[in-house]
Design a binder for this molecule. Structure first.
Ligand SMILES: C[S@@+](CC[C@H](N)C(=O)[O-])C[C@H]1O[C@@H](n2cnc3c(N)ncnc32)[C@H](O)[C@@H]1O
Length: 320
């Protein structure tokens, strides 16, 4: 039986539901790394939790660790209401304030000493972490702020996964992604299955975003070219590695320790030594990037966030 299936990437659209939040509440490698980083950074500090989600997860971990106060921002009205209930029933209502709306629309009475967030995507920057956290850095945080996560990287490698089919059970999700993107287009497809076993080249880094006050990641368009050497490959895989704190092991999408992220699969037959080019450009909404991949200079994948960007052509527009 084919061990791999495909399903659409959804985190870059406002499609979080109970099933996703249930997965995020699992005490896995992601959870342990965030909890440990907050146990070190939060005591006595003002903490900002960007995208606190249904369960006010990191806000409550920070409060339990002894944060002076936590401001927990959540864009989804339903998730913000649930987060308020979670905070009230936890007994930390006096220590945690839930703010509904986009982080960019918020003001705080004091600047935060610690900023925790998990708005990382299947490609590290795909949920808009760079512009969202750059805005928090400028308006809501102290210059010495501790950033959790500290760094997110996007890796690339060639893989041999046969011809995986779209998981039939993901049809409703696919329709929601198409509706959120504004019509019919080619959504990013994630690979389900033991992806680490399918790598046929060494991984290379195409994106390394350090969320640190001294060297914030630039919003401007970026392009990187890396060399991949492999035998027969059916495509390219992009995935996320997260250094939650500045020390300690990275959490890796591929190692099976967390269900929080999934690798993105781009079918393109390859063999031997190739140059893979990765380009990121901020999309139409000013938050979510459009991406392209090229092999030996030839574009093989254009992945806009919105249908609108695709209609304009992802190469013909400057956005920053
Ligand atoms: C991956 S979930 C993380 C939830 C929880 N913090 C966790 O780590 O399990 C990302 C959350 O961020 C919220 N979000 C995304 N962009 C946001 C923004 N610009 N401002 C506020 N919340 C945002 C989403 O609605 C979602 O609830």
């Amino acid at each position: 039986m084919q061990p791999f299936v495909l399903f659409p990437s959804m985190g870059e659209y406002p499609l979080y539901d109970d099933a996703v939040y249930d997965g995020l509440s699992a005490e896995d490698s992601r959870w342990r790394a965030y909890a440990e980083a907050l146990r070190v950074a939060a005591p006595g500090r003002v903490v900002l939790d960007v995208g606190t989600g249904r369960d006010a997860l990191w806000a409550l971990v920070a409060a339990r660790a002894g944060a002076r106060h936590v401001y927990a921002i959540e864009a989804s009205p339903a998730a913000a209401a649930a987060a308020r209930r979670a905070v009230a029933s936890s007994g930390f209502g006096g220590q945690v304030t839930v703010l509904e709306g986009l982080a960019s629309d918020q003001v705080l009475p004091v600047r935060a000493d610690v900023c925790v967030s998990e708005i990382l995507g299947t490609i590290a920057s795909s949920e808009g972490a760079i512009p969202i956290l750059n805005d928090c850095r400028a308006r809501l945080c102290t210059p010495e702020c501790v950033w959790i996560p500290f760094r997110a990287r996007t890796m690339i490698a060639s893989v041999d996964v046969g011809t995986p089919a779209l998981d039939p059970s993901c049809e409703p999700l696919m329709n929601r992604v198409l509706a959120a993107a504004g019509g019919a287009f080619g959504p990013r497809l994630c690979l389900g299955g033991p992806a680490w076993s399918a790598l046929v080249s060494a991984p290379a880094v195409v994106e390394s975003d350090v969320f640190d006050s001294r060297r914030p990641p630039p919003l401007s368009e970026m392009s990187v070219e890396v060399e991949l050497v492999s035998g027969k490959a059916t495509g390219l895989l992009l995935w996320t590695r997260v250094a939650v704190a500045s020390s300690g092991r990275e959490v890796d999408t591929l190692d099976g320790g967390t269900r929080a992220w999934a690798p993105v699969y781009v079918p393109v037959p390859l063999a031997g030594r190739v140059r893979a080019g990765f380009t990121r450009r901020t999309g139409d909404d000013g938050v979510h990037p459009d991406y392209t991949l090229a092999v030996d200079g030839v574009p093989v994948w254009r992945s806009p966030h919105h249908v609108l960007s695709q209609e304009k052509g992802v190469t013909g527009r400057s956005s920053n």
